[in-house]
Design a protein around this ligand. Structure first.
Ligand code: GLU
Length: 310
């Protein structure tokens, strides 16, 4: 993009890959279900079709909910299903220093700020505004935007507050970030077609819809948006294939790519496999969990057929 101004001193060098690179990036905070099976098998099939590589990334930044036991169960389910990944596997909890470097770049550029309100305090403040008749914006997941009063604090005010309350999150100053890249309020990405009928098309999204997103929490030194964006670049991922529920997040990932000078993959956001009652599958639902289907005597070929990739 011509309008891009990425930050100086970005700590990593990234190269565009010549061969296609795909990844499957589950979070071991529950069990794999048919929806994961579909996403992983689709990635694997596309990597094979394009003669590319297929990586596994364990997205376990939430070290309280993501346990070694759940990870081991996930790995066993994936092996049973016939998924074969190219080495190396990347486990996010082993790379917190990489995310800290990227965050530091944004701190130095004054595009993030320390945010001191907990989730419940933020919600309470928004409720108070709404009770006073003020309309408050919500992000695509329905969460109210962070009030962000810290954006306007002076350096000495922030310093004093950090002494009093050392634990805080870091949030992106969304308006400043959009201004920094000199972009209109929308960012594009290429949504590629997997059926071969040539319907690749540009999609557009507005990162501002998300408000001042969290880039690091007080108890986790990164966030989904920061780590997924950086890892896609560090692993040289060229094709991001994931569920359509993550499509709205792509505008935030595109913004971070522009800010940090990261290459831009192409994307395919696939439909979700829904439960019979049309609800999204959950990691605790028994009847669609891979381990339960396997215990009930189903074979990997049955799973492939069930997700439409037989
Ligand atoms: N770890 C995320 C999940 O399990 C997927 C992230 C992504 O594919 O961008 O939902």
């Amino acid at each position: 993009m011509n309008s891009t101004r990425s930050l100086q001193g970005s700590p990593h060098q990234f190269q565009q890959q010549s061969s296609p690179r795909f990844r499957f990036a589950p979070s071991p905070n529950g069990s794999l279900h048919l929806g994961h099976a579909y996403s992983a098998l689709l990635n694997q099939r596309l990597a094979q079709q394009l003669g590319g590589v297929f990586y596994l990334r364990i997205e376990d930044i939430d070290t309280a909910r993501c346990t070694p036991k759940l990870e081991a169960e996930m790995l066993a389910d994936m092996e049973w299903l016939g998924l074969a990944f190219d080495p190396p596997m990347r486990r996010q909890s082993q790379h917190f220093a990489d995310y800290a470097d990227a965050l530091e770049t944004l701190i130095e550029a004054d595009l993030v700020y320390p945010a001191f309100l907990s989730r419940s305090e933020s919600r309470a403040m928004v409720e108070e505004h709404e009770n006073n008749g003020q309309k408050w914006p919500r992000d695509p997941d329905g969460v109210p935007h962070y009030p962000g009063q810290e954006r306007d604090w002076s350096t000495s005010q922030i310093k004093a507050k950090r002494l009093e309350q050392p634990r805080h999150a870091w949030r992106l100053n969304m308006a400043a970030a959009i201004h920094h890249i000199g972009s209109p309020s929308h960012l594009d990405w290429m949504e590629f077609d997997v059926s071969g009928d040539g319907s690749d098309h540009l999609k557009t999204g507005s990162p501002a819809d998300w408000g001042d997103v969290v880039l690091a929490r007080s108890d986790t030194p990164t966030s989904y948006h920061l780590s997924v964006t950086l890892d896609d670049a560090l692993q040289g991922i060229t094709h991001v294939v994931r569920g359509v529920d993550l499509a709205p997040s792509t505008s935030v990932h595109r913004l971070l790519q522009e800010l940090l000078g990261l290459p831009q993959p192409v994307y395919h956001h696939h439909p979700l496999i829904m439960a019979d009652d049309r609800r999204k599958l959950s990691k605790s639902a028994r009847d669609t969990g891979l381990a339960d289907l396997r215990a009930a005597g189903l074979q990997p070929s049955d799973i492939q057929r069930m997700v439409g990739l037989g």
